[in-house]
Design a binder for this molecule. Structure first.
Ligand code: SAM
Length: 233
């Protein structure tokens, strides 16, 4: 998969893309990241990429021209058509099924906004899939883009080793789209707290049942909406 990110703050990415699983995925040739500074494409002689909002109000708005030209230039670099994504608090919530769908794309082009947002006309023309990482507002789309990249890249087949498979993670089909179960490791007793007996029993059926029950209880307590959704499927 090729992932293009169009941003005004490319310097925020190397630490995240150059660490751990995202780095390994690139080293294995499963993914290629390309960061593009939208400012490079502005025709404004002072390097401006934003302007004051028509209709008044606070803040600045990202102008159409630099982003439009940046997208055109980046898309031309590769014949593979890109699935365009816009990070925005007004997008559809990022969910595991969305990540699973995006992990099947050959190429993603992610647009990170800044300031009050982006001129609606260039959004309408580019027609990206609008995605939000939650009902709160960040200063820019860079952290949301990194969240999306991490959640998607780990789902590309071969990126995670067998031992760290995402198949049974929370919200995945293998976990019935509810929470994962609690996890324990050595020592068996820590600060007087024991690992649940069933996990030491060697009885795999009982362990599976216990884990399922724990996952359901935690989901019912904190996210009952997930159980209702999986009941109705
Ligand atoms: N005025 C906008 C609003 O109230 O919806 C907020 C703009 S925000 C300060 C600047 C940029 O951060 C947005 O264009 C978007 O790219 C990004 N952003 C902020 N919160 C986000 C979220 N929850 N999910 C995805 N992107 C977000």
């Amino acid at each position: 998969m090729r992932i293009d990110v169009l941003t005004l703050f490319a310097e925020m990415f190397p630490g995240v893309l150059g660490s751990s699983i995202l780095k390994r995925a690139e080293e294995m040739g499963q993914v290629r990241y390309q960061l593009t500074d939208i400012r490079r494409y502005t025709t404004n002689k002072h390097g401006k990429v934003d302007d004051r909002p028509f209709g008044g109000g606070p803040g600045m708005v990202m102008a159409c021209q630099p982003l439009w030209d940046a997208v055109a230039a980046v898309e031309k670099q590769d014949k593979t058509p890109a699935h365009r994504v816009l990070m925005t608090p007004t997008g559809a919530p990022l969910t595991q099924p969305t990540c699973e769908r995006l992990a099947e794309c050959e190429r993603l082009l992610i647009i990170a906004g800044r300031y009050e947002g982006i001129d609606q006309r260039v959004i309408d023309r580019l027609d990206p899939e609008p995605i939000s990482i939650g009902d709160y507002v960040l200063s820019g789309g860079e952290l949301p883009a990194m969240v999306l990249i991490d959640a998607v890249v780990r789902l590309i087949p071969g990126v995670l080793g067998h031992d760290e498979s995402a198949h049974r993670d929370s919200f995945s089909a293998g976990a019935d789209r509810i929470f994962d179960h609690p996890h324990y490791t050595r020592p068996r007793v820590w600060e007087g707290l024991e690992v649940p007996d069933v996990l030491m029993s060697g009885d795999h059926t009982a362990i599976e049942q216990w884990r399922k029950q724990q996952a359901e209880q935690a989901t019912r307590r904190r996210r009952p909406d997930l159980l209702n959704e999986s009941d109705s499927v």
